[in-house]
Structures are given as C-alpha cells and as structure tokens.
Design a protein around this ligand. Structure first.
Ligand SMILES: *[C@@H]1O[C@H](CO)[C@@H](O)[C@H](O)[C@H]1NC(C)=O
Ligand SMILES: *[C@@H]1O[C@H](CO)[C@@H](O)[C@H](O)[C@H]1NC(C)=O
Ligand SMILES: *[C@@H]1O[C@H](CO)[C@@H](O)[C@H](O)[C@H]1NC(C)=O
Ligand SMILES: *[C@@H]1O[C@H](CO)[C@@H](O)[C@H](O)[C@H]1NC(C)=O
Ligand SMILES: *[C@@H]1O[C@H](CO)[C@@H](O)[C@H](O)[C@H]1NC(C)=O
Ligand SMILES: *[C@@H]1O[C@H](CO)[C@@H](O)[C@H](O)[C@H]1NC(C)=O
Ligand SMILES: *[C@@H]1O[C@H](CO)[C@@H](O)[C@H](O)[C@H]1NC(C)=O
Length: 730
C-alpha cells in the first residue's frame, strides 16, 4: 500500500514536471512562475540612461516654494522665492527634496526656466546629495570635493560638500559637470551616487559676488544621465529564479548593485587620492562603490566579478582591473590592491585575492590569454612575496614578518601573527594557482603549490584551532592567541577545505551561536581585536560564511543567514542596493560615509547561482563544470549561466518531504559536466533520461543524515533529465 502510493506520487510529480516544458495550448496548468520572461520583473535597472525623479519627499519642503511637484516631469514648473527678511523671523531657504526612487549614479541635469534678482549677482542654487534620508543634510553625505579629515578623505576641495549653481536669467539646461563656473568660485562636484537630492535657494559667502541667497529661480524639470552599466533585461546573459520571491529579488538587486559600480574610470569622478593612473583612465572597470571610493579594489572583485560574470558577462571590466594591478606588481612580488595613492596602499590580503580573482576570470570567462600573460605574476607573488612573510618555524604567513607589519587588510584590522584569515586565503590562492598551473601544463608549479597548500592547511589546524570554543583563533595578542574568533578566517577555512568535516560543523555552529545579529552575522565574536567589531556585519565576508554553509550541505542555515542579512538591507533606506558595511543596531557602519551600493556585498548572486541553482566551473570557461543544487526549503529553481561557449541551462524541482528531485540541464558542446542530485534516505531510484541508472555508476557522498548525492557524468550538449524517486519495480 505504501509502495503503491509512492509510485503514484512519483508519476503525478513527473507529470507536473513535464507540464512545465509543454506548450501552453496543451491544456495543462502551467506553474505560475512559468509565464514567459517572468524573471524580467525583478530587473532594477532604469529602462533608459535618462532617469527622472520618482517623487518629492513632501515633508522636507520648506520656505517659499510654488508647486514643488513641478520638479517631477510633466508637472509644470517650480518657483523658488527668497527675499531678505526685514523682521527677526527665520530666513528659511526655499527647499525641495527629490527622490529618484532608488540608488543611482551619474550626472544630474536641471532645466531652468530662468531667474530674477533685484540685487547684483545671480540667485544661487545649492544641491546636497544622499543615499539615505537619514544623512541628507545641507551638504552631501559624501562628496569628492569635500575636504575634511573627519570624512577620511582629502578631496580636490573645490566645494564645501554641496554643489553650487549661479542660475542664469534666461532658460537653459545646467549639467553637473565637475568644475567651477567662475575661476575657483561657484563649483560643482560632478558625478554623484545617490537616491535623494536636496535643492535649495542659497549661496556660499565665498561665491560672492557671483551668487546671492536671494531672488527667484524657476525650474522646469530634472533628470540624471546614468553612467554605469545599464543592465536592462535584454543585457542579461545569466539569470536566476526560484520558488522564493525574495531570493529572486535579492539576486537581481545584487546585479543592479554591481551594475552601479561598473563604469568607465574617469579623472574627475573617481577617488581623488592619486588614483587616476593613465593606465586605467578611460577603461571599463568595477569600482568598489557607486558613491565613494570609486576605485577598483581587487578584494571587492572576489565577489563583484562573480556577480558580473553570472549576469551580464562583461569580463573586460574585471580583466582591465586585474591586468592593470599586475602591471604594477612590485619587485618583491607584492601586487597593489587598487590604483589609490599611486598603487601603494599597503594591504596584505589583496594580492591573494588577485590570485583568486585571476582564477575566477579563467574559470568563469575562459580568458586563457590573460592567464598565460600574467602567469609569471602569480609565480612571483606566491613564491617571492608570500614566502618573505612566512614564519619558517610554522610555515604560516605571519603578520609582522618581512614588510607585513604595518600592512592592513579589507577592514584595516589591527591584527598580528599567524592570522587564520590570511593563511586560509593563502591556501585557497595556492589551490587556485595549482589548478591554473595544471591547465597550463606547469606540473612543477602545480605540485609545489598544492604541497604548500597542504602544509599551510595542516599548520593552521595544528596551531590556530581553539578547541575550547570549537573555532579557529583570529591572530595573536602578544605571545599568545587573542581570545577572539573572526568570521573571515573561520569561513575561508571551510571554503578552502582547511577544516575537516567535524571542525567545519563546529566552526559554523560557533558562528551561529556567537556572531548572529538581527542584520546578519558579525565579523567578530567579540571586541577584543577592535571596538564595535562584534556588532559589525560585512556582507562581503558573510558571503564566504554562507558559501561555507552550502558547501557543508547546511542549506537551511545558509538561507536563514541570507534572509537576515539581505532582508535587512532590502528593507532599510535606500533599499534595493547592498551595503558596504552594517554597524550597531543595523545602521550604516560608517554613518554618512558608508557606501550603500557596494559590489563586494553582492555575494547573494554567486551563492544562489553556484549553490541553489548549483552550477560551478572547475575548468576554464566552464569547460568542466558541476551542477549540484543544495536546495534547502527552495522548492524549485531555474536559470541560465553564461559561458564563453554558450549557456548552461538548469531547471530543477523537489519535494523535500517525499525525497523527490527532478533536474533538467543543457550545456554547450565540448564541455564535461558532473550532475549531482540530492537523494533521500528513503527507498531511492535514480533515472537518467527516464532510464534507471545502473548501480555501478552511483556515487554517494555528502552527509549521511541528508542522504547524500548521486552523480552522473555528461559529455554532450543534449538536454538531460535526472529524476530521483521511488523504485518503480521490485
Ligand atoms: C519625512 O517623510 C519620510 C518618508 O517619506 C520619513 O521617513 C521621514 O521620517 C519624515 N521626516 C520628517 C522630519 O518628518
Ligand atoms: C512667495 O513667492 C511668491 C512668488 O514669488 C510671492 O508672490 C509670494 O508673495 C511669496 N510668499 C511669501 C509668503 O513670501
Ligand atoms: C541647514 O541650513 C539651515 C539654514 O540655512 C539650518 O537651519 C539647518 O540647521 C542646517 N541643517 C543642517 C543639517 O546643517
Ligand atoms: C585639505 O585639508 C587638509 C587638512 O584636513 C589640508 O592639509 C589640505 O591642504 C586641504 N587641501 C586642500 C586642497 O585644501
Ligand atoms: C578635471 O577637472 C579639472 C579641474 O576642474 C579640469 O581642469 C580638467 O580638465 C578635468 N579633466 C577632465 C579629463 O575632465
Ligand atoms: C578532524 O580533525 C581533528 C583534529 O585533527 C580530528 O580530531 C577529527 O577526528 C577530524 N575529523 C574528521 C571527521 O576527520
Ligand atoms: C531519514 O533521515 C531523517 C533525517 O535526516 C530521519 O529523521 C529519518 O528517520 C530517516 N529515515 C530513514 C528511513 O532512515
């Protein structure tokens, strides 16, 4: 009886599955998600490079403004009037706050209907931009021109943080070009990354006699010339969709965030701190943030490049950055993290990310010419620079050895000694380099790096594990390990395979217990290494923890962490875009200075494509690939992964309770795939294209409790269906 019921379920499930691919006129009920082109509704890009305001933030309007809604397109004109007060009543500058509806980047234009002034000088308009309402003030939340030590930046100092306009008498269109209207007076910053802009009639005293705070100004309309990558639906070469509407939206939000950071490197719209090298100016790059920094940092690319490869397939943005940094390799092998400060910012972890990013460019985009050209740089960074900061006693990288003492990392953490993060990342880079070497038939290098990876891995396990809490220590405080455990090293120890299965489970349960916050998992369990660290969440580093959870088959805890982290960012101003860092109480971690659209926070994109859809490359350009979904509570997923030879298409559906799983996949000619489908511990039969798979090609691995996986090899470009169900016969 039980057997018969199972058999029927298997058939009805198959039937429903088949209906997905059937023509609409066959009378079958299609799944709701199967409307053609359904994923397009999640795309966040503006439809066009000219973007108009979405609404006026009504409660911010003040002073004498006639028809504030005139700043929206087609709503007439807006008149700002300000007359010198004769009484002691407050003299409020006429002000309107415009909301573009979501974070954007580019050059603002204002169509003025003209202006009038009864006194000499033109009426001044000042603009203050902000990504959030919380940090919207009389000056921008960040401005390139603003020169103040408390903003961590010394800009080119042409503005005091707002953009100034001397409004002409006759109608004309003003564009926010970088520079000054009169010598060094009446200046504007140029490009901004923002959601809100405050427009107010006012003038700087230092802009006299060209502008005054009084007069009348008429504005007809406003718009933005959107300069980043315009990721409209027709530009997507890869996409992801599943039964979980929120995951889908966050995937596309991540793509949009990385799109905002994908732009041409300009002299006057990027980080002003000596970053505009002639070798990078004019090239398409992946900046770290849309509003601030605006310099391509290679650690950020570890995430944002994957997002880019998996969505719009513009590998040249990543290649331009990686090649330029390699071209600036120092004679001791060190590779700069970015062009800032003339390629001298001393970071100890980013040269390792350069190796990992080079591997990704090879694996995702198949850029063989790049990897051949820069292979000597890989040898030099691994064999010269990192050897020079290795402690010969332990074989671990040790901060303090060689030049590394004063070096920082992605968060400028004051760490010392055999830091787990640096060493686990070193293992990952060595493994990646060994794989590259194998594909280039450099057997000696491959063996040397693989052996070193094992040596370092063993040393991390020998010296750095704190069996008291069941996680790796961070680094040393004086002669002994600090009583502190960081998310970065612990997560990467799993991603790089340093932690064996029991240690990996122990590490992840420790992070769940000690680091979970309502807005994600903190990057430290306590504040021993730095004040406030236990309350700070980086989506950047959280990506590696989430990845570790999927690698260990812990889909439920991975999805739980995703929902806390991405749920928080998506429901807090500015919404949609993913943040550089989150601080105490879920606030932007560096207040107004925080970038609220940071490509390194978009790990949701690779993690869903690599582990929920399940597609991961292990040969150049996906010539070797694995499809291994880790579904958790997701009922179905489908999507496309772009490869240089054509798309890999995957579509799967599961019934978790009954242990049923169906997957169809198609890959380009000439690729070698391994498809792994999860099996339950119930009575199992696996079919490849409706034929039972003979027992001798079953390969079970993974966790016993979850039943493991059955894998099959695919070497053609046909569409294959693999189904897991109950036994059809005795
Ligand atoms: C103004 O309205 C926005 C919503 O549009 C709200 O978030 C904000 O708190 C309000 N501010 C004031 C000062 O009322
Ligand atoms: C506001 O400006 C308009 C147009 O310039 C003017 O007619 C009106 O008197 C002003 N109102 C106040 C309260 O100053
Ligand atoms: C902005 O300027 C107005 C008057 O010019 C002033 O009252 C207000 O306090 C300023 N706001 C901020 C946030 O500095
Ligand atoms: C910027 O400010 C710093 C002090 O914070 C000062 O030393 C420097 O000269 C200023 N730069 C310009 C261009 O004004
Ligand atoms: C950058 O700005 C400076 C100062 O405003 C200007 O002289 C220069 O021409 C600009 N360069 C470019 C490439 O726009
Ligand atoms: C993992 O490594 C630890 C320490 O070497 C060892 O005690 C444990 O048995 C290992 N676990 C597995 C599953 O191999
Ligand atoms: C299958 O595994 C689940 C949980 O992993 C367990 O609760 C259940 O008892 C197992 N069933 C059988 C038939 O082994």
């Amino acid at each position: 009886m039980v057997f018969l019921r199972s058999l029927l379920l298997f058939h009805s499930f198959t039937y429903q599955w088949n209906a997905i691919d059937a023509a609409p006129d066959d009378g079958q009920t299609r799944l709701a998600s199967e409307a053609p082109g359904d994923w397009q509704k999640y795309v966040r890009s503006p439809s066009n490079r000219i973007v108009y305001p979405a609404r006026i933030v009504a409660n911010y309007t003040q002073g004498n403004v006639t028809n504030p809604r005139g700043l929206l397109t087609g709503k007439g004109s807006t008149l700002f009037t300000r007359t010198p007060r004769t009484t002691s009543a407050p003299d409020l500058p006429p002000t309107v706050v415009v909301d573009f509806g979501q974070n954007i980047a580019g050059y603002l234009s204002i169509s003025f209907g003209g202006s009038y002034n009864s006194t000499p000088g033109r009426p001044g308009i000042r603009l203050a931009f902000s990504e959030t309402l919380e940090y919207l003030g009389n000056v921008s939340d960040f401005s390139r021109g603003y020169n103040s030590s408390d903003r961590h930046i010394q800009g080119d100092a042409i503005t005091p943080g707002s953009d100034q306009i001397a409004v002409a008498a006759k109608p004309y269109t003003w564009t926010d070009d970088h520079g000054c209207q009169y010598g060094s007076q009446v200046c504007a910053d140029g490009l901004h990354g923002f959601r809100y802009v405050k427009v107010y009639l006012d003038a700087l005293e230092t802009d006299a006699p060209y502008t005054t705070s009084y007069g009348e100004v008429s504005i007809e309309s406003m718009s933005l010339n959107f300069t980043p990558y315009l990721g409209t639906p027709d530009t997507f070469t890869g996409w992801f969709e599943s039964s979980d509407d929120q995951l889908n939206q966050w995937w596309f939000d991540g793509v949009y965030t990385t799109d905002l950071c994908t732009d041409t490197f300009g002299v006057n719209d990027t980080d002003p701190r000596n970053s505009a090298s002639p070798s990078i100016v004019g090239k398409l790059v992946l900046h770290d943030g849309a509003k601030r920094d605006r310099d391509p940092y290679v650690g950020d690319l570890a995430v944002s490049s994957r997002t880019s490869y998996l969505s719009h397939n513009v590998p040249q943005a990543s290649r331009n950055v990686l090649a330029d940094l390699a071209d600036h390799q120092r004679s001791d092998g060190w590779i700069p993290p970015a062009s800032i400060n003339g390629y001298t910012l001393p970071l100890v972890d980013y040269p390792l990310w350069w190796v990992v990013c080079s591997y990704d460019l090879f694996m995702y985009a198949g850029d063989t010419a790049y990897i051949r050209q820069y292979y000597p740089n890989i040898i030099k960074v691994l064999d010269t620079f990192y050897e020079s900061i290795t402690d010969p006693r332990t074989q671990l990288l040790s901060k303090g050895f060689g030049v590394s003492g004063g070096y920082g990392d992605y968060a400028f953490i004051g760490r010392t000694g055999p830091v787990t993060y640096y060493n686990a990342l070193y293992v990952l880079a060595l493994q990646n380099a060994a794989t590259i070497a194998k594909f280039l038939s450099k057997e000696g290098d491959a063996t040397r790096w693989a052996v070193r990876a094992q040596t370092v891995s063993a040393a991390i396990n020998t010296y750095n594990f704190d069996s008291g809490v069941g996680a790796f220590y961070d680094g040393t405080c004086g002669d002994s390990y600090c009583n502190s455990h960081a998310q970065d090293g612990n997560s990467l120890s799993i991603v790089a395979g340093v932690a064996n299965s029991s240690r990996a489970h122990s590490v992840l349960s420790y992070l769940s217990k000690a680091n979970a916050r309502p807005y994600g998992n903190a990057f430290y369990d306590n504040d021993v290494v730095g004040g406030g660290y236990s309350q700070r969440v980086y989506a950047f580093i959280s990506y590696f923890e989430i990845e570790a959870r999927f690698i260990m088959g812990l889909a439920d805890s991975a999805l739980e962490e995703i929902r806390r982290l991405y749920g928080w960012m998506s429901t807090h101003d500015p919404g949609i875009t993913q943040w550089e860092g989150i601080g105490p109480n879920g606030q932007p971690y560096e207040a107004d200075y925080t970038s609220m659209a940071h490509g390194w926070a978009t790990g949701i994109v690779p993690v869903l494509t690599n582990y929920v859809l399940g597609v991961i490359p292990s040969g150049p350009g996906f010539s070797v690939y694995t499809i291994k979904p880790v579904p958790g509570d997701v009922e179905w997923a489908k999507g496309v992964v772009p490869t240089p030879k054509g798309p890999i298409t995957v579509n799967w559906q599961q019934n978790r309770v009954l242990g049923l799983f169906y997957l169809t996949a198609t890959a380009p000619t000439g690729s070698q795939g391994t498809i792994c489908v999860p099996v339950s511990n119930l009575s199992v039969a696996v079919y490849l294209d409706s034929k039972p798979i003979p027992n001798n090609i079953h390969k079970r691995d993974g966790e016993v409790g979850s039943g493991g996986y059955v894998s099959v090899s695919i070497e053609d470009s046909l569409t294959h269906t693999i189904s897991v169900g109950y036994k059809l016969g005795p």
